[in-house]
Design a protein around this ligand. Sequence first.
Ligand code: NAD
Length: 431
Amino acid sequence: MTEPARAAVLDAPTAVPEDSNPYQIALRQLGNVAGLLGIDEGVHQILRLPKRELTVNFPVKRDGGGTQMFTGYRVQHNTSRGPAKGGLRFHPDTDIDEVRALAMWMTWKCAIVNIPFGGAKGGVVCDPQTLSAGELEDLTRRYTTEISLVIGPDSDIPAPDVGTNGQVMAWLMDTYSMHAGHTVPAVVTGKPVSIGGSEGRIDATGLGVVLTTQEAFRRTNRALAGAKVVVQGFGNVGGATARLFGQRGAVMAGISDVAGGITNPQGLDIPAVIAHARRTGSVVGFPGSDPVSNEEILELPCDVLVPAALQNQITPANAGRIQAGMVVEGANGPTTPDADAILRDRGIVLLPDILANAGGVTVSYFEWVQDIQSFFWSAAQVNSRLARIMKSAFDNVWDTAQEHKVDLRTAAYMVGVARVAEATLTRGIYP
Ligand code: NAD
């Protein structure tokens, strides 16, 4: 497929090699499936470009005196199926291409679980670890004000991602509400339950990872109990995933965070690891475990490997050494396309991000519905509705893979992209 002219609005690609630029990877993944699905070339070109991008530069007062400038982004990839939806990342390495890729992946993800949202993402280039609580609040409130032009309960609804949490979502909701003059809980999801958040949202992404793994095991006549699981990343997604696998009788053989990893082939007591990490700031040094590096953790022998940190972790450099029976992508974009091919050739089953980590946005959808209706559900209602949606999405993707004799990532893209392409064609091109 020939490379089309990029719209003038896009920056020149960043200097990183093409294969590790997330936006280039996302375009490559879309291109592969556009050909397979035979979608209209005009529609393919629409889907390649984000619908709307906003870059903001803004000052924040520092505690020590003076101000510092920060850069933030909000990208809406596609809104053919409903308002844009996607997380907000605070990370020193985020850039416009990462946010574009994450927004595009959100579009396919929402379509795969068949919820009425398009895809968006936001980011602020910052290291939250180096900001005081007051500075972080000021940064969040000023960024929210800057992007309030494009967000809203009917237009674009942010949520937590790397480096952000329920408190950040609370500040975002409060800032938007102060400008509106009344409380607007549905402008953001992942809020604390006390201000209109949903039961079950904190664990939702991890629960979705576990439920999709469970379905894959069921389809291959295996049980989670006794399966050896390794998780890279111990934040919102990795922490909940590890705990929930442990609760289902899996042996948690390894876990890591940015400071390093720990392993115990007999199994780690995850609630005790959580308590240790709270006390010390990291999983490293947990009594009774052996240390491993963040590279080694990915190569431990196990039944299930869950990368749940950042993108580009499984690459051609290490894909040949992965010793997992199955890779379940908790993070967005952890496996590059060339690594994908290596894993596939080695017979390693991969449950792709746009399916496996869709539990978070699904419960975010529930939260948005509850906020709009001002009528709240029990944790049991949330979790059973989540399970129903994840199973239906899994079955759809699995059956598509069988029918077309393709891997699960390709099948997931076929399901998601076809739905978005159909919505685009059905709505027609305005004017
Ligand atoms: P988080 O900030 O809560 O946690 C990130 C974790 O990764 C932390 O434990 C951090 O120490 C660790 N980490 C960072 N760099 C690392 C490295 N180089 N090696 C090993 N570990 C490292 O973020 P999160 O919300 O858990 O998100 C993790 C991934 O899951 C991201 O790719 C995110 O886009 C994706 N995701 C998040 C959600 C959600 O609901 N939060 C939903 C779907 C997908």
